[in-house]
Structures are given as structure tokens and as C-alpha cells.
Design a protein. Structure first.
Lengths: 561, 175
């Protein structure tokens, strides 16, 4: 029996295990929406209030589930509105398939209504993209799209489908894809590299592990923990590696990078062996490369060959899926403990605790700190919540102070730094993990970039907890202006609306706190709510995030004030 | 690290959009492409890009890494001039009168080892294949007489070392 290309798209999605997608209809994708209407029992489509929200929701869903997120939009502005989310998914290696409608094939290149070259526009920010112009291509291309998005180092794929291909009829049959002849997603581990790495680890006096999202994407959390414990190696995480290792694990020494912890940053330049696992030496992690871990040998466990020697030269590169390579190396690792070396981290932590952490978490001055809000959320959630953060100061406070017991619990825009990410991403995260508490931590700036997605939360009664840390500023930019631009606060002071009224306008329970005595109770009430809940916390307006490695400085020059 | 001339050879599927994807890798890094040629290769259905750039070896290595990462790229290589055999081609369109009026033109044709591709009433066309410097020299010699049109191709090159694409393809298909 023949079916339309549009119906074929639905069957492909179902065959790939998709039961939820986010999107926004429009002219060039209408045949697909017509089929979505017929298949409502199998596929839930969530209408976001802007296509960017659809991508971030799909990302949030993908990040907590490990599955491919799906976003859909029409041609022209619908497609271009997806681009920010696609770029975010590309740099943060998030598996996502975006389907866009396109003008009919005979109108391509004619500047037709809502025609835009989304293939051209999305090429630099997609793992792969393809324009389908006839229905017969749909099953093969969508199978390939899902395979490419989820395999190897994951990433976003865009499939642009002309309207004529949605109407044309085909005999449908579906074969999942597991091979693209020009694409080698997971390099085979090289045993000689594993052996060489094991020797370096066994001989190291001051080994230091820095792990990233590669551990989460490779589902290598257990193997990472086993390696850390067996060899007794202090381990720090990049912002996207957060939650792969229990926050309270004794060998978890915190975050590296610009606003990371003091010890792991400074001691990067004192270790004798740096073991990088599933991370890419982003400039926010390394600071100046000229002074980064020059004294140390470097082992780089990585799935993507293009990352090897891209920023930091490695002595040993161990290519492959992190779970597989760590499993291979574990039996070759000698039991060890590096207590004296670990004590160095503890000593540095003590300094940071006195100067930075305690004043943040247990402040004595008036004015609420973002850190104490995170502390109360940790307590109320027993470290079990999924924390979705936006971009800016609050994000750094959230990642520094949120505590985790479970992997895939930290959802944030790491590489692209997309303000507006958190609210829609929290929707996707909650729908991907309905049994878990999902708390969005957002600044007053980023909140207003995608605030319209409150409509989705209201319409579908998605019980996310939204915390806006309101300092009436674009806080991170203001901090840089204070430190590096002589306090010239150019366009960083915000006059904000009444956020509580806005939430109430969407019939979302809302509350506001501005005094310390009310904070605990407000957070407890929020966490106890079975419904969506909005909490505005009026925090200190000119607080700064420390420690800080100024842009382009060395990790050794991390500032405590 | 000193900049030098590198030839990047890319073996890929022959798909719409891949040229854009590869050129974007150069654009993102603000690297100017000296010349670009795309053609079939020694393997059926496999295209070959020959891209010439003036860059450091480190940049060449990283570019090749980013190019190979593209789904439809099978394999990419970079080579110095010494490691390749390379040529370019050029066409010169010249007024036919000059062929008879200017003796020197005939000498240039002979000495440059170029071929006359066609002779028409109004114009004739010379083809020259060789190193860039030989083509430049011929261009300089002909210029005073008037060149109606000139065009030069991108570099085409083969490497001295093996670029064994067939076995890479077989290996990928076995996985």
C-alpha cells in the first residue's frame, strides 16, 4: 500500500523509537503536521512558543535520556530559528535530529515565500545535513540521520524535506541504518596505546584526571569510578562532565576551568601526569595553552580523532569509546593511593573554602547569594535533582555548588554559552525524566530570552521548578566590566518586569523571596509542589563569581578575589 | 612554525553540499584557499578534492582532522610540494592575426611546449600544462601582444606515497 512522504516520516520516527518531539508548524511542513494529528496516540508533539525552544527542549530531553531529541519546524524563519539550538548541540555533542519543511522542489532557488537555504546555513553547525527532494529518499535518509546523530561522538543532524516530497506517495519499508561507508564512528582501541597509558599511570607520582562529557555519552561512569578508586587518582570535571561522578566522592576534587575550583586549576600545573578522559581542552578549561600543564605527560582518552593534539599535545592518545577503553585499561592498573598528592588538593580546597565557599554558602552579610540558594536546593532535593542552568553567573554558581548523586543530571549550555537555554531545556529534561525533580536555575537576563516557553509549561502542566536568580543585571558581563572595564556598566543594568505576575499570568504558582529568613521555606515549598512552580530570588546585585582565571591567563594565575 | 605550501587531498562521496561543508572548514579558520580542484578519482563513485593552501604544518594537520571528521569524507591527506607530482593547466585566447603577424608568438608556442587547441577566423586558443611558474612565464611573454582571455585551473596532484583508499573503504565496510 502506498503512503505519503509525510506519513512515511511519521513511520520512520516511530521505527526509531521516537515518542516525543518538539516543534512549530508552518506552510512547508503542514503535510507532516497533518499526519502527526492522525498519529497522536503514538507520537506526542509539543508546540513550543518559538522554534529555538523546540531545539533546546529536544536537547534537554537528549541530555537526560541519552536518546536522540527531535525538533521540527517549517521552512524559512522556522528553520533559521532552529540554528542557535543546532549550534549548541553541535558544540556540546548532543544527539538531535531536526526536520525542516522546505518549499517544493520546483521552487528551490526562486526566492519563494519562506524559502531559505537552511542546508547552506546549517552546514557549519551540523554533524550532517541533507535535503530530501523526493519521497522515495525519506526512509533511507531518516534512518541515516538517526544513526549519525547518535553514533560515535553524537551531534545534530538536519533533514530538510521539500513539500512535494511530503505529498508524493511511496511504497514504504524501513531499514535501520548501521553503516555509512565513509564514516567510522568509534575508532578501534589500540592495545599498544592502552599498554603505554597503563605504564604511565602506574609510574606516575602525581597523576590527575580531568574528565568531560565523553564519560557520560560513553556511559563510562562506573569505569571512571573504578579507575579513580583503584589507582587513587584525584579527579576533576569539566562543566559538561559534571554529575558523571558523585559530588561527595572523596576523590572528586571539583571543577576545572575559568570559574572552577582553586585546587584542580593550580595543581594542573603541578601534576606529573594529566589524564584527560572524554574532554576537548576547551579554552575555558585551559586558559593560556602556553602555560597549561607543560610539566606533565598527557594521556588523552577520546572518541574523536580530530580532538587529539588539537589544543593540547598528548603523549599517549587512546582512541575509542570511553567505556571500552577504560575497561581495557583497568586490569592493567596497579592498586595505588596518592595520599600526599591528594592532600595538596585538600589544602588548596581549605583555602578556597575559607575565602570563597563559606562566604557564599553561609553568608553573614545581608543580601542573598546565589551559592546559598544552591545549597538550599541541594538540601531540599537530597542531591537528587536534575539541575538545568542557563548561561552566566548563576550557571557558574549552579555548577560549582549543585551536588549530584546520579549521572546525566547536569544540563547546561557549555560550549556555545546560549542564554535562554535553560527554560526550554528544563521542559525537555522533565519530559525525559518525569520521575525526577527538575530544577531550572536561570538569570533574569537569559530568562527573558525564552520566557514565552512558560506557555508550554502551563498548557501541558509540566511540573518543572523554575528558579530565577534576579540580580537586575546581566551579571557575568557586569562582573567583567567591574574587573576589566573600570566599572563602565554598558547595557548590563536591567529594569525587569514583575516576574511573579508573569508566571501567574500563565497560571503557574509563583513566589518571591528577598530575605534570608524566607529562603529555606520558599525552596521547601517549591520542591514539595506537585505542579510547575516559579520562584524568584532577589539576590545581591553586584556579587562576583570567584575563583576566576582571567581570559587568556594561566590556570596557575587563578584569582581568589 | 613556518608557513609553506601544502596540498590537501580529500577522497569523498560525490554528494551535493560537501564542497560547501569542506570550504566552511577553511572559512571558519580564516584560511584562504590558493586553488581548488574537484574531480573523479581512481575509485568509482569517489570524488577527489585537491586543495592548495599556504599554511603551517600544524594547521594542515588540524584541517585534515576536521575534514576527515565530515561524515561523507573517506580520507584526507596533506603533502608538501616535494611529496607530490603536480601540475596546472591554462588556456590563452589570442587574436588569430597575431599568429601570422608576430613571428615571436610562434616561438613562444614552440618554446613553451603549449598546444594549439583550436584556430578560428577571429581567435586561436593555446593550452599549456605545467608548473605555475611556466604558465606565468608564458603569460608574461604573451601579454604584450594582447591576451583576449586567460584562465588557469587549480592544481591537480598525485602523491608519491600511497593513498590507499580502496583498503580504507573495505575496512570501513567490514566494521
Amino acid at each position: 500500500m502506498k503512503i505519503s512522504g509525510a506519513e512515511a516520516i511519521i513511520h520512520c520516527l516511530i521505527a526509531e523509537g521516537v515518542d516525543l518531539l518538539y516543534g512549530y508548524p508552518g506552510g512547508a511542513i503542514m503535510p507532516v503536521y497533518d499526519e502527526l494529528y492522525k498519529f497522536q496516540d503514538k507520537l506526542t508533539h509539543i508546540l513550543t512558543r518559538h522554534e529555538q525552544g523546540a531545539t533546546h527542549a529536544a536537547q534537554g530531553y537528549a541530555r537526560v535520556t541519552g536518546k536522540v531529541g527531535v525538533a521540527m519546524a517549517t521552512s524559512g524563519p522556522g528553520a533559521t530559528n532552529l540554528v542557535t539550538g543546532i549550534a549548541d548541540a553541535q558544540i556540546d555533542s548532543t544527539p538531535m535530529v531536526c526536520i525542516t519543511g522546505q518549499v517544493p522542489r520546483h521552487l528551490l532557488g526562486s526566492d519563494a515565500f519562506q524559502e531559505t537555504d537552511i542546508i547552506g546555513i546549517s552546514t557549519p553547525v551540523t554533524k550532517w545535513n541533507y535535503q530530501v527532494t523526493k519521497a522515495s529518499e525519506i526512509p533511507e535518509i531518516l534512518a541515516k540521520a538517526f544513526y549519525i546523530a547518535r553514533s560515535g561522538r553524537p551531534g545534530p543532524v538536519l533533514v530538510d524535506i521539500t513539500k512535494n516530497a511530503q505529498f508524493e506517495e511511496i511504497e514504504f519499508s524501513y531499514e535501520p541504518c548501521n553503516l555509512v561507508r565513509s564514516y567510522d564512528p568509534v575508532p578501534k582501541p589500540d592495545m599498544s596505546a592502552i599498554d603505554a597509558a597503563a605504564t604511565l599511570i602506574n609510574n606516575a607520582k602525581k597523576p590527575f584526571i580531568v574528565f568531560g562529557q565523553g564519560v557520560i555519552l560513553g556511559e563510562a561512569e562506573e569505569q571512571l569510578k573504578a579507575l579513580i578508586e583503584k589507582a587513587g587518582i584525584p579527579a576533576a570535571w569539566t562543566i559538561l562532565g559534571l554529575s558523571a561522578l558523585d559530588s561527595d566522592h572523596p576523590l572528586n576534587v571539583g571543577m576545572v576551568g575559568m570559574h572552577g575550583n582553586y585546587g584542580p586549576n593550580v595543581l594542573t600545573n603541578e601534576c606529573d601526569l594529566l589524564i584527560a578522559i572524554g574532554m576537548r581542552f576547551d579554552d575555558r578549561v585551559t586558559g593560556s595553552l602556553d602555560t597549561y600543564a607543560k610539566q606533565a605527560k598527557v594521556i588523552h582518552f577520546e572518541i574523536d580523532p580530530a580532538e587529539i593534539n588539537k589544543n593540547v599535545m598528548s603523549d599517549i592518545a587512546v582512541l575509542g569509546n570511553s567505556k571500552e577503553t577504560l575497561e581495557l585499561i583497568l586490569p592493567k592498573i596497579n592498586k595505588n593511593s596518592h595520599e600526599e598528592w591528594h592532600n595538596e588538593f585538600k589544602k588548596k580546597h581549605k583555602i578556597e573554602e575559607e575565602q570563597i565557599i563559606n562566604p557564599q554558602l553561609n553568608p553573614t552579610k545581608p543580601g542573598l547569594t546565589m551559592g546559598e540558594v544552591m545549597k538550599e536546593i541541594n538540601i531540599a532535593s537530597e542531591n537528587k535533582a536534575v539541575i538545568v542552568s542557563d548561561v552566566g553567573q548563576h550557571q557558574m554558581f549552579a555548577c560549582r555548588y549543585a551536588k549530584f548523586k546520579q549521572t546525566k543530571s547536569n544540563v547546561t549550555s557549555g560550549g556555545l554559552g546560549t542564554m535562554g537555554f535553560a527554560l526550554p531545556a528544563a521542559i525537555g529534561a522533565k519530559m525525559g525524566a518525569m520521575e525526577r525533580e527538575v530544577v531550572a536555575i536561570i538569570g533574569d537576563g537569559g530568562y527573558q530570552m525564552t520566557i514565552q516557553e512558560l506557555g508550554v509549561i502551563f498548557q501541558h502542566n509540566i511540573p518543572v521548578k523554575i528558579v530565577v536568580l534576579n540580580n537586575e543585571h546581566l551579571g557575568m558581563v557586569r562582573q567583567w566590566q567591574e574587573l576589566f572595564f573600570d566599572r563602565r556598566y554598558a547595557s548590563t543594568i536591567m529594569t525587569n518586569p514583575d516576574f511573579v505576575k508573569i508566571a501567574e499570568g500563565y497560571h503557574i504558582k509563583a513566589n518571591r523571596v528577598s530575605e534570608r529568613k524566607d529562603l529555606k521555606g520558599a525552596i521547601e515549598e517549591m520542591m514539595a509542589s506537585k505542579d510547575p512552580y516559579f520562584l524568584e530570588v532577589r539576590v545581591e546585585q553586584e556579587d562576583n563569581v570567584f575563583p576566576m582565571i582571567p581570559s587568556g591567563a594561566s590556570v596557575s594565575d587563578v584569582r581568589l578575589k | 612554525m613556518e608557513k609553506e605550501r601544502f596540498t590537501i587531498s580529500v577522497y569523498s562521496e560525490n554528494n551535493v553540499g560537501l564542497l560547501n561543508r569542506i570550504s566552511g572548514i577553511f572559512l571558519k579558520r580564516h584560511i584562504n584557499v590558493v586553488s581548488l580542484n574537484v574531480s573523479k578519482s581512481e575509485i568509482d563513485d569517489v570524488s577527489k578534492f585537491t586543495i592548495v593552501c599556504y599554511i603551517t604544518e600544524e594547521t594542515a594537520r588540524k584541517l585534515v582532522g576536521q575534514i576527515e571528521k565530515q561524515i561523507e569524507v573517506i580520507k584526507a591527506f596533506y603533502h608538501t610540494d616535494e611529496e607530490t607530482i603536480f601540475q596546472e593547466s591554462a588556456l590563452f585566447k589570442i587574436k588569430s592575426d597575431l599568429l601570422f603577424d608576430e613571428r615571436q608568438i610562434q616561438n613562444i608556442i614552440k618554446e613553451s611546449n603549449s598546444q594549439i587547441v583550436t584556430v578560428a577566423r577571429e581567435f586561436f586558443v593555446l593550452a599549456k600544462t605545467g608548473r605555475r611558474s611556466e604558465i606565468e612565464e608564458m603569460h608574461d611573454q604573451l601579454k604584450p601582444f594582447g591576451i583576449m582571455q586567460f584562465v588557469r585551473s587549480g592544481r591537480i596532484s598525485v602523491s608519491k606515497e600511497q593513498m590507499d583508499i580502496s583498503s580504507i573503504l573495505n575496512k570501513l565496510q567490514e566494521n
